[in-house]
Each structure stands twice: as C-alpha cells, then as structure tokens.
Design a protein around this ligand. Structure first.
Ligand SMILES: *Cc1c(COP(=O)(O)O)cnc(C)c1O
Length: 404
C-alpha cells in the first residue's frame, strides 16, 4: 500500500488484553459495513444497532444504558442540554389542536416553549397548580396529550404527588413527563411512580463539574421510542462522544458528591431557617416544609440545592448583600463542585398560582468546599444583610418602605 493510502487507512491493531475500567471515546459519523448487502440492510439493525454517528456510538450508548438502568426505564436518549431533553420529550407527542398541561413551577424555559412555540404550532397550553391535583382534574381534557411535571418545582420547591397526578393523566390517555434534575435518578425515580418519560439536565449534578451541557430522556415503554428517536433524527440532534465520556466520568462520583451536598445543604437550611431575616427556607427535607410528607414517601434523599425567602424589610437588600460572599460564586446553573448563589425572581413565571411575598428568592447550590468555610461565607452575607437592613430601618422607621 502506498504512503498516501496508508495515511488514510486505520491499521488493525489488537485490543486483546486491553480492558480499561472506563469506556473509550468512540468518535464517528460514518460507520462502515462489510459489504453492499450489509449496507442495504442497515435499517434492519433497529434502534439497538449502529447505523450513523448521530444515532449513537458505544460511548453514548454506555451513558444511555447507565441512565436507563438507574431510572428503571426501557431506553434513554442523550440531548445537547437539559432544556433540549425537555423540549424533545414533548414535541414528538403533540400536534395542532392538542392540549398540554404544564406545571406552574416548571423550569422557566419550559413555560416559554409552551407559550411561544407550542401555541404558535396550534397546541393549547394550560398551567396547573403543583399542589392541587384538583386543579389538574379541572383542566385536563380528552385532547390533553401530555402533562408536564417537575418535582420539586423550580426555585420554589413544591413537591408533587406524582402517583396521583399520573392517575389523573392516564385516565384521560395523557402521557406524564417529569423533569427530575433536582433529584437525579439517585434521589427519585419518577418512572417507578407513574411517569412515562423522565428528563435530566446532566449538566447539573450528574456531570458535576460545571463544564458540560447535556440532557437525557428516559422512557418507561418502548412504544415511546420511535416518535422521539425519529424526531431527533429529523432535527439532526445528537451529542458528542467526548462530552458523553466526561459525563460518564462525573457519574462515577455522583453518589458521594450528592450525599455530601445533601448533608451540608440540609444542615445549612436548618440553620438559616432560624435567622430572623429569613422568612422561609424552601427545602423538601425540612419537616416544616409543606411538601415534606410526599417527599419522604417518594424520594430516596434530597439534593444540594435549596432556596430561601426573606422578610419584607430584608428582601430589598439581598441583591447588594450578595457581594459579601467570597466562596459562593454568583451564577446560574448548579450541581458543580463550586458552591453557587443566585437571586431568582418567580412572580413572572407563575400564572396558575400567585406568588406571595417579595419577588426575590435566593437559591443556593452546595458544592464540595470545606463546610465551615462555606458557613462562614453565609454568615458574612447575613451580617451584611443585617447591616444594610437596619441602616435603612432605623433612621426612617415611621416611613420605612414596605414591599409585598
Ligand atoms: C438547568 C435545568 C434545566 C436545563 O438544563 P440545561 O442543560 O442548562 O439546558 C432543566 N431543568 C431544570 C430543573 C434545570 O435546573
């Protein structure tokens, strides 16, 4: 063989005896076939076979298999982000004239997808109260194709009674999809509590290092496989094996990272609930939290992310007091090694329920730093908050501004 040909062709080397613990990164768009007949019959390989890089490589299939097993599902798909997973879990199942119900506390881009794209495509959209299965019963119709859930709710942490919601949806022939990003498949398995589809933003705890965007869709029943797989193919959506291998690496330490974050988050949540300027700590594992009983019944643990609200007097000073943090970084997303804090508005993202109180919720994501140093950082923030609040409250108490 001449040099130029040798440069192009891959020589056969033995992989015999090479058994690494991790999965290799298999890059490939083209997959070659041994003869013309095998190529002609490639469609018969089905979803388990390999036909083109977009439809899976051994690397992506390994990650999918891990998710399928942990979620207790039939098959999983990887998407370029968590939000892509949510969108692709709904789009294959709706057409003009159909109706969808979305939880009022959904991740805000889901509300946006429903209100802009689904409505533009002629799909009717309603939102329902996460804490009222009666509200769902009132709003569900025979045309309802999917009931979209997220538990606990984004930012405000309402815990759903998923088995009840699934029973209401299934009685009308609707699918139930759940965004399970907060819990991860270690802390909640929605498919075992009545959901048909579960999505994860692997971007968060599962990949765990704030350097990857990826999502997953896992289905309970193979009947849902073709609609999702073929829409993803038509839209040309797949993920890179390099990214998948980083998620696989993160996955190996998910258990210990999550348990650590869970423990520290719960400890901090209890302490913060005692603070006079904190109005409420929104954390499903707190006994005082409204959804605690349902969480305890259905979930296997809690996560490293929780939120809190402040008193009317303190809330206007929270944003400025964030500058007191030195270890917690200010930023969106969560679930990485670095602890994060983000002030979140919620009022504009609610329509079936009304948010009462100051429209500023502080969300904390607990990372892997030394917990005493993290707590000292929170104390710095709370002290700054106390100072700015009392500086304003004391001179002008009579005409002090009240919000909410
Ligand atoms: C972050 C997040 C998503 C989206 O994940 P991306 O990978 O950032 O698109 C979806 N759902 C929930 C609950 C999230 O927190």
């Amino acid at each position: 063989m001449k040099d130029l040909t040798q440069c192009v062709l891959t020589p056969a080397v033995s992989s015999e005896g090479f058994d690494p613990l991790g999965v290799g990164v298999h890059r490939g768009s083209t997959i070659v076939f041994k003869d013309a007949a095998a190529y002609a019959a490639r469609g018969e390989r089905g979803h388990q076979g390999y036909s083109y890089g977009l439809y899976g490589t051994p690397t992506t299939r390994t990650l999918e298999a891990k998710l399928t097993s942990l979620e207790g599902g039939a098959w999983s798909f990887l998407t370029p982000s968590g939000q892509a997973a949510n969108a692709l879990a709904i789009l294959p199942f709706v057409a003009a004239g159909d109706h969808v119900l979305i939880i009022d506390t959904a991740y805000p881009p889901m509300r946006d997808l429903a209100e802009s794209d689904l409505r533009r495509l002629g799909v009717d959209v309603d939102f329902f109260d996460p804490l009222s299965p009666e509200d769902l019963s009132r709003k569900i119709r025979d045309r309802t194709k999917i009931v979209w859930c997220e538990s606990p709710g984004s930012t405000t942490m309402e815990v759903l009674d998923l088995p009840r919601i699934a029973a209401i949806a299934h009685a009308r022939g609707a699918l139930v999809g759940v965004d399970n990003t907060w819990a991860t498949p270690l802390n909640f398995k929605p498919l075992l509590h009545g959901a048909d589809i579960v999505t994860e933003a692997l971007t968060k705890f599962v990949s765990g290092h704030s350097d990857i965007l990826m999502g997953s869709i896992t289905i309970a029943d193979e009947a849902l496989l073709q609609p999702i797989r073929s829409l993803m193919g038509r839209m040309g959506i797949g993920v890179s094996p390099d990214d998948a291998s980083l998620v696989l690496r993160g996955f190996e330490t998910l258990g210990v990272r999550l348990r650590h974050s869970e423990r520290v988050a719960l400890k901090f949540a209890r302490r913060m609930a005692e603070h006079p300027l904190v109005d409420a700590v929104l954390h499903p594992a707190l006994e005082s939290f409204a959804g605690h009983a349902v969480w305890k019944r259905d979930f296997l643990g809690s996560s490293g992310v929780f939120s809190m609200t402040f008193t009317d007097d303190a809330a206007p000073h929270v944003a400025a007091a964030l500058d007191a943090f030195r270890l917690f970084a200010i930023g969106a997303s969560w679930g990485g090694t670095r602890s994060l804090v983000a002030p979140m508005p919620v009022e504009r993202f609610r329509s079936a329920t009304a948010w009462r109180g100051p429209d500023l919720i502080l969300r904390l994501s607990i990372g892997l730093e030394d917990e005493d140093e993290l707590w000292a950082d929170i104390e710095r923030f709370l002290e700054r908050l106390e100072k700015s609040q009392s500086a304003q409250a004391n001179p002008g108490r009579a005409e002090g501004i009240r919000h909410g």
